[in-house]
Design a protein around this ligand. Sequence first.
Ligand SMILES: Nc1ncnc2c1ncn2[C@@H]1O[C@H](COP(=O)(O)OP(=O)(O)OP(=O)(O)O)[C@@H](O)[C@H]1O
Length: 306
Amino acid sequence: MTSTVEIRNVVKRFGKVEAVRDVSFSLPEGETVALVGHNGAGKTTLMKLMLGLIRPTSGSITVLGDDPAAGQFEARRRLGYLPESVSFNAALTGRETLAFYARLKREPTTAVQPLLDRVGLSHAASRRVGTYSKGMRQRLGLAQALLGEPRVLLLDEPTTGLDPALRHSFYEIVEELRGRGATVLLSSHALTELEERAGRVIIMNRGIKVADGTLDELRRIARLPTRIRLKVSDVGLANVPNWLGPVEGWRRVNGHMVEIDASAESKIEVLRRATNEGAPVEDLDVIPPTLDELYAHFLLSQEAAR
Ligand SMILES: Nc1ncnc2c1ncn2[C@@H]1O[C@H](COP(=O)(O)OP(=O)(O)OP(=O)(O)O)[C@@H](O)[C@H]1O
């Protein structure tokens, strides 16, 4: 698969602060990658490096075949960016704002109306941005980032402050672009919503990349237990070891539920016993480790190794 972004041993220092410490990764075409980490982990710094807004202290960065820190950066036209706090000139209308950005990106202004339609802002296109709600400004920000059909889209905390319906349509638009082969890098604290959206997750802590992989890969590495929740009849609840066998880490959750923390090795066996003929199980749920849990695990492991 072709990479659009290559980050090799990148270090970025601001005076004494080491914002990015020897980070390497590459981003392929047609993938959505989530960049997660606490405040100050280095997420925005990485995006600014990819945009060529700042230069690495050492290491190399290539975006769409170019060095973003080199003066003339042709690839920037194919790079979309939605900053963390998007701010526009309050006196311009939505249409004027987007036309302004289209000229900056050397895109025809005919691109403006379809984009306003796409992000659902046509009805407010002639209103001043100063009158827009937070969600409307964010959608205008997305439209600006989508100008020129970017091949790399960098979204810094894009859904903060959006209601669930807006989030949904936001991700739909981004997914469409990814489907046409774009690379999408998405930084966020909202781990639950990333779980379904990102094919791959990069976890940063204090400038260091502490984990990088698909959710399945991270689950395999972390070896966190899968939670198996069984709805059990009254009789079954009274004699769990009899039908479940010698399983470690089980507990009663309430009057009709048993929860088991099953390791990767024991998971299938637990399910087999729970679904055996005669087992008093009425229903079951299998809950793999969430991104929240994986994130906490990798952060704690790295902190412990310091
Ligand atoms: N221009 C700058 N001058 C000095 N320090 C900076 C500068 N930009 C970033 N830093 C520092 O670099 C570190 C990483 O900051 P960065 O903005 O990349 O974090 P982040 O992961 O995006 O955090 P957040 O989730 O809060 O947006 C922080 O300690 C920050 O204070």
